[in-house]
Design a protein around this ligand. Sequence first.
Ligand SMILES: [Zn+2]
Length: 464
Amino acid sequence: MDIPESVKTFFKKHSKSIKTGLIGFSIIAAGTGIYYVSQDSPEQLQASLVAAEQNVEINSFPVVVPNIKYGFALDTFQVFDHTIENGQFLADILMAYKLDYPSVEKVVANSKDIFDVKHLRVGKPYTILTKDSTAQADYFIYEPSVYEYVVFHLKDDFKVERFERPMTSEVHTAAGTLESSLWNAIVGQGLSYDLASKMEDALQWSVDFHHLQKNDEFRLIYDQNFIEGEEVGIGAVHAAYYKTGSNEYHAIYYDNGEISGYFDLEGQPMKRGFLKAPVKYSRISSYYNLNRFHPILKRRRPHYGTDYAAPYGTPIYAVGDGVVSRASYTKGNGNFVKIKHDATYETQYLHMQKFAKGIAPGVHVKQGQVIGYVGSTGLATGPHVCFRFWKNGKQVNHLKIKFPPAKPLPAEDMPAFEALRDKYLAELNAAKPAVAEENTQTEVVTEEENTKDSKKESDNSSNP
Ligand SMILES: [Zn+2]
């Protein structure tokens, strides 16, 4: 039997999904079956992949499954798969498959309210189905996107139908360690990079994704969307874990119908403002004032910060999660730390006696973490912190900025939240990186190590 080249190509292209997509297939069969039954005879239903006998991969597949696409048993047709080329119109395509001009006009007229044929886009796939390639083709099928396709009947009634493909989703987990980049850690496992942006959505208030470090770890629970067994995108991220240095962050998505969003393990919203002040038990000794008389310089000089007077050695806290961008000394500032919180906000802490242990540029800090101690280094008359708040690169009066209040979940929500959290935590702890098909032996060792690590995680153990 002579199998047309395009059919072979189709099977080559799709054999992997046919082989691996058995579960997906049973889901979509329900969706496409409706069209199938209405368009094809029972004999065609019996058609099998045997036609592709030359394809080793399919032959190794023990179950005979009809190769159905667009509601048609493809192996009962000659199948021509193409993509729209530059300057190509529907008429060009159809006339190449032996349609005469009146037939083209009929199908174009029938498509009017269903699909505008002027919207064929370069690079989009289309398929021609024909029973007999010496005669007029039977169907032209165009896919504007993976989510839908349009079937043009090229005989009899010349009708045009548009079908949405049913999307299904499965809850998946992912895990990884950053060796070189987040991209490699995700795409290197064959996962969609979409995941990175969804993870960032969940953790953006805690983790600065512009300053990731080698050996950072992530774990995710998310919806993987499928159409006809093929992965088509990432849905919601239900829970996310990120570890950078010794800091661990969790984001749990919770929705009670009124309140929804990401919360940390204690039910505090991930989206949070800043601490009101960088030191406890302090008093404000000087306010932000653009027209202030400087006590040491003895001249008018704007004061871009708020001074908090406190005894030497009083701990100074990071007012929000972020990454240390500076930890250095200048004559005016003395020992100072600057923290980048996100694309908009930075904070700066001046005149420190000394930095807290481990505080250096690039280090991630959490809201409330001690970053240094009150002193009077630089231009300072006595022990205080000059606290400076930067918004879009400009110093502003943080006491005048209104931040969204960080309201914890209501107490009555906590039991439901905690149950959800614990379920997700167990799933996150069990999440493993995708195992490459090759190197099965080495991967087994790695998996064992990972399992040990996830058990130790609560002890804050360091990475391998
Ligand atoms: Zn000051």
